[in-house]
Design a protein around this ligand. Structure first.
Ligand code: ASP
Length: 349
């Protein structure tokens, strides 16, 4: 009798400890947008020609029950697209959902195609409350492929989002066991699994599922999102014009005639502007359209160069890639059209 009471007490203690430890697991919520990670191909050997975003968040989770060992995972679908087709409207929805969930969850994971992952990461970094870890992940091989990289990426993203050390580091991208910061990360190879890179190196690595940090991110907004996009249904229209030999200003004029509210010039070298494009850009700036000089060189900063650029009011894009400069200029235009104020934001974010 005494023995059975003793065994019952032990069983009770064991069960309550088990349920307490389940309770203690952080809550991580997945926001699925599609991408190759949710892609379905016609054969297990196909790694191209698949339908991106075909699988829902439930499919991805049921294929990866292991995530439950690290977090109480929930999820929802935002959209199911190939991220090359990302839109302002989806960004605005995503940003609103992230801000709403930040007070409820311990961490968030955005499942995303790799093509525009860097852009979404930077957009979110500028528009969401950074109080909890927010990690973007995806895959280079569709879910149906032999040796698909999605499941391990998703597992690591959940482990990273659940880890206290990921807090306060801004929006993170976790791909191929490597952690990057939203501002500097870029897709650097069309097909390789190891496609993401940052000119200044990654922030860290997932070593057997544990974040191991080697650098701190720069220009991470600390307390609140610098740009409030709540209630917006569209963003100011900003076009990128690519600088190249033989330019004749036509693309700049086309951007203006299509209603550009701002132009990012993806120049050569230190944001250098072809003289024919410069004439057209100067005309645009004179009409009040802000022009940001950036570079398609791939790394380094765009700083002052020709004195005429300053006279014409061109803004220096610093170390932002043209596609991220486009995002910052568009968000800046939600607040001001003043070239000086916009220039200050480029020095800050
Ligand atoms: N085209 C795909 C996308 O960006 C590639 C990927 O997901 O990796 O959605």
């Amino acid at each position: 009798m005494i023995l059975s009471i003793f065994l019952l007490v032990i069983l009770f203690l064991f069960l309550s400890m088990a349920s307490a430890s389940a309770e203690e697991k952080p809550s991580v919520h997945l926001l699925a947008t599609g991408g190759t990670i949710a892609g379905k191909a016609s054969s297990e050997t196909a790694t191209t020609g698949y339908e991106a975003g075909a699988l829902g968040v439930e499919d991805l989770l049921s294929a990866l029950p292991e995530v439950k060992d690290y977090a109480r995972v929930t999820g929802e679908g935002i959209c199911g697209i190939d991220s090359k087709d990302m839109t302002d409207a989806i960004w605005l929805t995503l940003s609103e959902r992230v801000n709403a969930l930040a007070g409820e969850k311990d961490g968030l994971v955005v499942i995303h195609g790799t093509d525009t992952m860097e852009e979404t990461a930077y957009f979110l970094q500028l528009t969401v409350n950074p109080s909890i870890p927010l990690v973007l992940t995806g895959a280079m091989r569709p879910a149906t492929a032999v040796s698909a990289d999605g499941p391990m990426n998703l597992l690591n993203a959940v482990r990273l989002a659940a880890h206290p050390s990921a807090k306060g580091k801004g929006v993170l991208v976790m791909m191929n066991d490597t952690i990057f910061g939203a501002r500097n990360v870029t897709k650097g190879n069309t097909l390789s699994l190891d496609t993401f890179r940052s000119p200044d190196g990654p922030l860290g690595y997932m070593n057997d599922g544990i974040p191991c940090w080697c650098a701190l991110p720069v220009r991470v907004p600390k307390e609140k999102a610098p740009f409030d996009v709540k209630g917006l249904t569209a963003l100011p229209k900003v076009y990128i014009v690519y600088g190249h030999a033989g330019a004749d200003g036509a693309m700049v004029k086309a951007a203006v005639s299509m209603g550009a509210e701002g132009i990012v010039y993806a120049g050569t070298g230190n944001g250098s502007v072809h003289r024919e494009d410069e004439k057209a850009l100067a005309e645009a700036a004179a009409k009040g359209i802000p022009v940001v000089r950036s570079s398609h060189a791939g790394s380094g900063s765009v700083i002052s160069a020709e004195p005429s650029y300053e006279k014409e009011g061109f803004i220096q894009g610093g170390s932002l890639s043209p596609q991220k400069a486009r995002i910052l200029l568009s968000l800046a235009l939600t607040r001001t059209k003043d070239f000086g104020d916009i220039g200050e934001m480029f020095g800050k974010y």
